[in-house]
Design a protein around this ligand. Structure first.
Ligand SMILES: [Zn+2]
Ligand SMILES: [Zn+2]
Length: 137
C-alpha cells in the first residue's frame, strides 16, 4: 500500500490527498443521518487527522446538523456533482472522516468497526439469495 492515496468526487472538481498507514482506522456507520445523506444503507469511512488530509482542488459545500449525540456534524460534498466526500464534527476535533469510496484506489481500506447497528436497514444486508452479476446486465 502506498502511504499517499488520492481521491475525489465523481466529477473531479474535488481532489484530495491522504497519508495513510496500516493503523488508519476505517468503519461503517448506519445512523439515519448517514443513510439520508448518502441514500444508502451505510457510510464507510476512513478517519484521518488534519495533518493526514489535504484538499488539493475545489471547495466542499457543507451542511451541518446536530447529531443524536447533541454534537454538530458537518458533511462536505461536491457543489457540482453532489458526491459526499468528507465529514467533520465537534465530537472529533482535528479529525476528518473521508468516504472510503472517494479514494481512487480503496483496496487498502479495512473497516474494523460498525456504528449504529441499531438503525441498520434490513434491505442493506447482502444476503446469499441475491442474484449476483459481475457488471450491469
Ligand atoms: Zn464533483
Ligand atoms: Zn452516521
Amino acid at each position: 500500500m502506498s502511504p499517499t492515496q488520492s481521491g475525489g468526487c465523481l466529477c473531479g472538481d474535488i481532489r484530495f490527498t491522504a497519508t495513510v498507514n496500516d493503523d488508519t482506522m476505517a468503519g461503517h456507520c448506519q445512523c439515519l443521518d448517514c443513510q439520508r445523506s448518502t441514500g444508502s444503507a451505510r457510510v464507510t469511512f476512513c478517519m484521518l487527522s488534519d495533518e493526514q488530509f489535504s484538499l488539493d482542488k475545489g471547495t466542499l459545500k457543507t451542511y451541518t446538523v446536530t447529531a443524536k449525540s447533541g454534537k454538530k456534524v458537518t458533511r462536505g460534498f461536491c457543489p457540482n456533482c453532489g458526491s459526499p466526500v468528507a465529514s467533520t464534527g465537534d465530537g472529533m476535533p482535528g479529525m476528518t472522516l473521508i468516504k472510503a469510496g472517494s479514494f481512487d484506489d480503496s483496496s487498502w481500506v479495512k473497516p474494523s468497526m460498525l456504528f449504529w447497528q441499531s438503525t441498520a436497514p434490513a434491505w442493506g444486508e447482502l444476503s446469499d439469495d441475491l442474484i449476483c452479476m459481475d457488471t450491469n446486465p
